[in-house]
Design a protein around this ligand. Structure first.
Ligand code: ZN
Length: 153
């Protein structure tokens, strides 16, 4: 492991312990060139998460795309960009936590998570997102969704 201080390439492990409940190993190392001590972590490489779309195609889960879709829904609404950022990060973490050993998550699962948050955040943004991700079959369905929102107040 290259020393972060002097870029020397020889080191010695001086301590090794499991962390994160056994999911990772933490190693203290000492650079044999300059004596600098540094830490490395080792964990099982997790395969990239993929999204299963409605048309059964798969694509890599892209947190930026998730963020953009939320930003699009809240455009010109009184929602600060930091909040969009926070929601996207929140969902990304949730999806990663729930995946378990799965490497595939249905796009609808992600869509539902976004909807759940937008619902309490901004109704216009919620409807915009819903109209895209639920693909309302017709205007009637769209208006019944609006009625649901109004009825809840
Ligand atoms: Zn060094």
């Amino acid at each position: 492991m290259r020393c972060p201080k002097c870029a020397g390439e020889r080191d010695k492990v001086i301590d090794s312990r499991t962390v994160r409940g056994g999911d990772a190993i933490r190693r203290r190392r000492i650079c044999l060139k300059c004596g600098h001590r540094f830490t490395t972590y080792e964990s099982v490489a997790v395969p990239a998460l993929q999204v299963l779309k409605r048309d059964q195609r798969r694509e890599d889960f892209d947190p930026d795309k998730l963020k953009r879709s939320i930003a699009y829904a809240v455009a010109k609404r009184p929602v600060p960009p930091q909040q969009v950022e926070a929601i996207a990060e929140d969902i990304r973490r949730e999806v990663e936590e729930e995946r378990g050993t799965e490497d595939l998550v249905p796009s609808t699962v992600i869509g539902q998570k976004v909807l759940k948050r937008l619902e309490t955040l901004d109704e216009v943004a919620y409807l915009r997102y819903a109209s895209i991700y639920r693909r309302f079959r017709d205007a009637a369905q769209f208006f019944s969704e609006i009625e649901n929102l109004i009825g809840r107040q």
